[in-house]
Design a protein around this ligand. Structure first.
Ligand SMILES: Nc1ncnc2c1ncn2[C@@H]1O[C@H](COP(=O)(O)OP(=O)(O)O)[C@@H](O)[C@H]1O
Ligand SMILES: [Mg+2]
Length: 223
């Protein structure tokens, strides 16, 4: 079962993100992660469904929501927006996800921003465990209730021990991993499959960020 996101990811992933697992989108700032999250929520709204949207960086933009969905007020009513400001808040919110009968899509943008602020050389083992716990809760919700879960991760340049552990956790739990990158031009991006259960790694799609959403450029191919 797949969930159509209403973005170029649908073509890349032969129909959409898997409804029974966690999909992880990672890339640098400005690569389009939040755009994809908001557009997936819009698609869910257009299907008459509700989205739980956990926003850890106040990145959800009402102005952007207005641009992408003419029925702005109704769109906003379809979103259960949870703003979290600390790692502990985030842990609580993820732990207490309930009333899932009403929700058919879960988004966490970003799963690791507050984690990054919390973790240090002393506490990294317990904080990493807490990150794994959140992934595990989300993976279970997806698997048992067939609720697609979309999470985002940033990329960092440092290669320290903490960094490696968080990467291993974020590689292990999601069944699908998509990398986003800027290409030529201000608004052009590429989405590349980095992990998938049934599709080749390296398959990619190029797209443009426009005022109304994301527009595919050309055809995808293997490289
Ligand atoms: N209306 C728009 N037209 C063109 N580009 C836009 C528009 N709105 C936002 N963008 C571009 O989208 C990018 C931000 O994307 P976003 O999804 O927030 O990235 P991320 O979440 O990966 O940091 C910025 O480069 C911004 O210029
Ligand atoms: Mg963002």
């Amino acid at each position: 079962m797949k969930f159509k996101t209403g973005t170029p990811l649908d073509k890349l992933l032969d129909g959409g993100i898997d409804s029974d697992s966690v999909t992880n989108i990672y890339g640098p700032a400005g690569s389009g992660k939040t755009n994809i999250c908001m557009l997936a929520a819009r698609e869910n709204f257009r299907n008459g469904e509700k989205t739980l949207y956990i926003d850890t960086e106040s990145n959800f933009s009402f102005e952007r929501a207005r641009q992408i969905e003419p029925k702005f007020d109704e769109f906003m009513k379809s979103i259960l927006l949870k703003n979290v400001y600390t790692w502990n808040d985030q842990r609580e919110v993820v732990k207490s996800i309930s009333d899932v009968e009403n929700i058919s899509l879960i988004i966490v943008d970003s799963l690791v921003a507050l984690y990054r602020m919390e973790i240090d050389d002393e506490n990294y083992q317990s904080i990493n465990k807490q990150l794994s716990t959140q992934y595990s809760i989300l993976a279970k919700l997806a698997r048992n209730l067939k609720i697609p879960v979309l999470v985002t991760n940033q990329v960092y340049s440092s290669e320290g021990k903490i960094e490696m552990t968080s990467r291993l956790i974020s590689k292990y739990w999601p069944k699908t991993i998509i990398e986003l990158k800027r290409t030529h031009g201000d608004n052009n991006r590429v989405a590349i499959i980095r992990k998938h259960r049934s599709l080749p790694e390296g398959r990619f799609v190029e797209f443009e960020i426009t005022s109304s959403g994301l527009k595919e450029i050309g055809k995808f191919k293997l490289f």
